[in-house]
Design a protein around this ligand. Structure first.
Ligand SMILES: NC(=O)c1ccc[n+]([C@@H]2O[C@H](COP(=O)([O-])OP(=O)(O)OC[C@H]3O[C@@H](n4cnc5c(N)ncnc54)[C@H](O)[C@@H]3O)[C@@H](O)[C@H]2O)c1
Length: 352
């Protein structure tokens, strides 16, 4: 298979970790006989420095000409004081909006090798945890009408039936491929947009009779995630609720450097990135954990290129390296072998 991939490392550790993801992809192409080519583009703070814009035209054009995007992370203290329309984060919203990446998949998995890092009691987590948060990414309050004057400000949460249908269908379809359990999260006791959300979910449920559907209000869902996370398999929800719940779910795994994400549009084109930020405190020091980005590459192989065997191989390689006790600083515990960003990337590539 021939594919061209846009690399958008961004700022801070984005540069360190995307390099390791490419190392692993290069190994995948050799092992499985594919041809992956890459072009690298600016976005975020580095793009502001170079062009004055967080998302330059050249980056958008290059991403449009590619089969998929791998993003590192954007932002840092250097650009924190800029006005909101030219801040690095604008690049993220711009890419999501421009490509219609409405479906954000965020798996929260506790690796058995890292179970000690989970902040919850062992009896709550049991054998492990594997939750998939399916978050709507291009609608809701982050994209609604907004405004402010000196004394007031407002943001609008609005959803159309079509926007709800397409993300909820993704939720049902993913649940069908897993344990056939779907929990829809809303705030239907208060919000009009959530009442519409719930009506659409209940109507679509008739088309997926094999999936056991439940509903939770978002405040209860936040509580249940720490009280009894094992009740969840797939969670489908709107943009802001998904943002908050997926961060909460990721923290339960205890390792922000381990968690990947995919942002997809209808035709399976996608942008893949770790869930963490640019970690300016450790940028360029060969300390950052590249595994979240490497697992994001695994998601790209699975969801955009349909290369299931290759995706499984990447995940198994990560597991093998953890089994062999190699750890970056963020997941290091006594008795393990501490390695840097580059060595971790090389070990995973070799394990492939
Ligand atoms: N998608 C994105 O690009 C994205 C997401 C979140 C934050 N940000 C931006 O990143 C910057 C820093 O934000 P923050 O500090 O709140 O969050 P962060 O995720 O960058 O860092 C939080 C903590 O986790 C550590 N950490 C993060 N990733 C790690 C990794 N791979 N390996 C080891 N340790 C890791 C950091 O060192 C830091 O101590 C801000 O400018 C923020 O706006 C960007």
């Amino acid at each position: 298979m021939k594919k061209h991939i846009a690399l958008v490392p961004g700022d801070g550790i984005g540069v360190d970790i995307v390099a390791e993801a490419v190392k692993v992809l290069d190994r995948v192409q050799k092992k499985f006989g594919h041809e992956f080519t890459y072009s690298t583009y600016l976005a975020g703070g580095c793009a502001i420095d170079a062009t004055g814009k967080p998302l330059p035209e050249e980056t958008l054009k290059g991403c449009k000409e590619s089969d998929s995007i791998i993003l590192g992370s954007v932002g840092g203290p250097k650009w924190d004081k800029l006005p909101s329309d030219i801040r690095p984060e604008k690049a993220l919203l711009g890419l999501r909006g421009e490509f219609g990446l409405f479906c954000n998949l965020r798996p929260a998995i506790i690796y058995k090798q890292l179970s000690a890092a989970c902040p919850l009691k062992p009896e709550i987590v049991g054998e492990g945890l594997d939750i998939m948060v399916v978050r709507e990414l291009t609608g809701g309050i982050y994209f609604g009408e907004r405004g402010r004057d000196e004394n007031s400000a407002y943001d609008t949460m609005s959803y159309t039936v079509a926007e709800i249908e397409r993300i909820v269908r993704k939720g049902f379809e993913i649940a069908q491929k897993r344990t056939k359990k779907l929990c829809s999260v809303d705030k239907a006791n208060i919000l009009n947009s959530s009442q519409l959300w719930r009506e659409v979910v209940e109507r679509l449920a008739f088309e997926y009779p094999d999936v056991a559907l439940s509903h939770l209000y978002v405040d209860n869902a936040a509580m249940q995630l720490v009280r009894n996370p094992r009740q969840f398999d797939v969670i489908v929800t709107g943009n802001m609720f998904g943002d908050i719940l997926s961060d909460e779910a990721s923290q339960i795994t205890g390792s922000i450097g381990m968690l990947p994400s995919a942002s997809l549009r209808e035709d399976s084109f996608g942008m893949y990135e770790p869930i963490h930020g640019s970690a300016p405190d450790i940028a360029g020091k060969d300390i950052a954990n590249p595994i979240a980005t490497i697992l994001s590459v695994g998601m790209m192989l699975r969801y955009t290129f349909g290369l299931i065997e290759e995706a499984d191989a990447v995940e198994e390689a990560v597991s093998k390296v953890l089994d062999a006790s190699y750890r970056t600083a963020d997941i290091f515990t006594e008795g393990m072998k501490r390695v840097g960003t580059k060595e971790m990337g090389s070990l995973i590539a070799q394990a492939l």
